[in-house]
Design a protein around this ligand. Structure first.
Ligand code: UD1
Ligand code: CA
Length: 477
């Protein structure tokens, strides 16, 4: 049987009042994606002919977000939130060509998985139903629509919490709010909706009753994992859902060959990738488009965002953003890699070192207490403790070139723009503002002079003066 055309309608016009947020609810984030982004990602494998998102509250923000993360999705404005049935009709009216299966989803169920939607569609299409409801059995059904069944166990109706009798409230099989519909039958049913209910809204659930009354079949499909159906109404639920997703992501990582010392404090975005035999220590966030190569060791206490880490690299107590760390390179403890920090293979960026828009060449080392900005460092260089690349003159940023095997002595300031050629030295404590030619030692500091007898004259009677006297006595013995 060839697969019928599929169309996705995603309802996201509601206010999400209980989030108490200026940000529309569906734009809140869970492990690297917005709530609505997760739902769209789950729907994408259905290969829908169209994806129509119903927007209302915060429409401009939601539309702008979708334009960047799901440019294939279209939006339609529901000016007044008159109920889920009304919202669905607004969408379907904007989809005059939709035939086959229409899948209705919400924008706030981030744990929804592609497999669940696939199973729902298959159950619906193979069952030849006019509608198929995705249901779940939950411990606490409060607030949700209950599934009513007839004496044969067949679907009979959905009753909302606010319309339910005490006996109906005891039912724990709930309506997820997600459905697969036959497009043509849905169009007809939506025309018949009334507002004859406790909330004076057009309930989409009434469409199912109308279909049954018209003699069509309505099926149900139970989600394999209840979590797939969980919506997010407030920030406590947001944190709870984030925790559930963390467990899913982490168990997939461990099954794929990643060691997590402490899964409870490991937060890997769904957009990140982690290779095999990677070890992640406690308190690590792997965010955005970060990619970690095989055998790398990350953490403890590190946050990596949009960062590429090569195989066998080590990143300890670091904060990185838009950086790339070569194979077998080492970072930290206590390092900050900013955008376009690029560490070649085997490079080292050590303790209390910040690197921005700079390349640290093959095997080069910046081990301690340094700032490297807008610089290119060749291979095999050693940048001494406390070196600062002064890239900013107060108006503009300038570049610094440091060649292969250069040795920069400790506590130097390299004042850009300047070039320190291959195979040269800079004396410790220099303030370098002129190029250093290849093979030279650049010395750029005051010459030392010693004032003999200064301590006895200027600090008589101090412990320093006494120590000097004692040293003089020992010399004369
Ligand atoms: C709905 C279902 C209920 C189900 C529950 C699951 C109905 C009548 N009830 O109830 O059976 O258990 O979802 O969460 O459908 N929306 C719009 N426009 C509107 C109204 C709603 O876009 O005019 C969107 C909301 O943004 C939200 C979704 O539809 O994402 C659900 O709306 P909501 O009012 O929260 O429905 P529930 O009362 O939760
Ligand atoms: Ca809801």
């Amino acid at each position: 049987m060839t697969q019928p055309q599929r169309t996705v309608i995603l309802l996201a016009a509601g206010e999400g009042k209980r989030m108490k947020s200026a940000l529309p609810k569906v734009l809140h984030e869970v492990l690297g994606r917005s709530l609505v982004g997760h739902v769209l990602a789950a729907a994408a494998p259905l290969d829908p002919a169209e994806t129509m998102v119903v927007v209302g509250h915060g429409a401009d923000q939601v539309t702008a977000h979708l334009a960047t993360m799901a440019p294939g999705a279209r939006t339609v404005l529901q000016e007044e939130q008159l109920g889920t049935g009304h919202a669905t009709r607004v969408a379907l009216d904007a989809l005059p060509d939709a035939v086959g299966t229409v899948v209705v989803l919400y924008g706030d169920t981030p744990l929804l998985q592609a497999s669940t939607l696939r199973d729902l569609c298959v159950a619906h299409e193979q069952g030849g139903h006019a509608a198929t409801v995705l249901t779940a059995s939950v411990d606490d059904p409060s607030g949700l629509g209950r599934i009513l069944r007839d004496s044969n166990g067949a679907f009979a109706a959905i009753v909302e919490q606010k319309d339910a009798t005490p006996e109906q409230l005891a039912i724990t099989e709930i309506n997820s709010g997600m459905y697969a519909f036959d497009a043509a039958r849905l169009r007809v049913a939506l025309k018949g909706l009334t507002t004859d209910n406790a909330q004076r809204e057009e309930y989409l659930t009434q469409a199912l009753t109308l279909m049954l009354e018209a003699g069509h079949s309505v099926g149900t499909h139970t989600a394999a994992d209840v979590a797939d159906t969980l919506g997010c109404n407030d920030r406590e639920q947001l944190a709870w859902l984030r925790g559930l997703m963390q467990k899913r992501v982490n168990s997939a990582l461990m099954r794929s060959g990643v060691t997590l010392d402490d899964p409870a404090t490991t937060w890997v975005d769904v957009t990140a990738r982690v290779g095999v035999d990677v070890t992640i220590r406690p308190n690590v966030q792997v965010m955005g488009s970060t990619v970690i190569g095989d055998g790398a060791e990350i953490g403890p206490d590190s946050t990596l965002t949009d960062t590429v880490v090569g195989s066998g690299a080590t990143v300890v107590r670091a904060h990185t953003l838009g950086a790339s760390v070569g194979a077998k390179a080492t970072v930290g403890p206590f390092a900050y890699l900013r955008p376009d920090a690029e560490l070649a293979e085997g490079a080292k960026v050590g303790t209390f070192v910040e690197v921005k828009n700079s390349r640290v060449g093959l095997g080069s080392k910046v081990p301690h207490l340094s700032y490297v900005g807008d610089a290119t460092i060749g291979a095999g260089a050693n940048i001494g403790a406390g070196t600062i690349v002064a890239n900013y003159d107060g108006v503009a940023k300038h570049r610094t070139e440091i060649g292969d095997a250069v040795f920069v002595g400790s506590d130097s300031v390299i004042i850009a723009p300047v070039s320190i050629a291959d195979g040269s030295y800079v004396a410790a404590g220099s303030a370098v503002n002129e190029d250093v030619p290849s093979g030279a030692l650049g010395v750029a500091r005051g010459r030392q002079r010693n004032i003999e007898g200064w301590v006895a004259k200027k600090r008589p009677g101090t412990k320093t003066a006494k120590a000097a006297e004692k040293a003089a006595e020992q010399r004369s013995e």
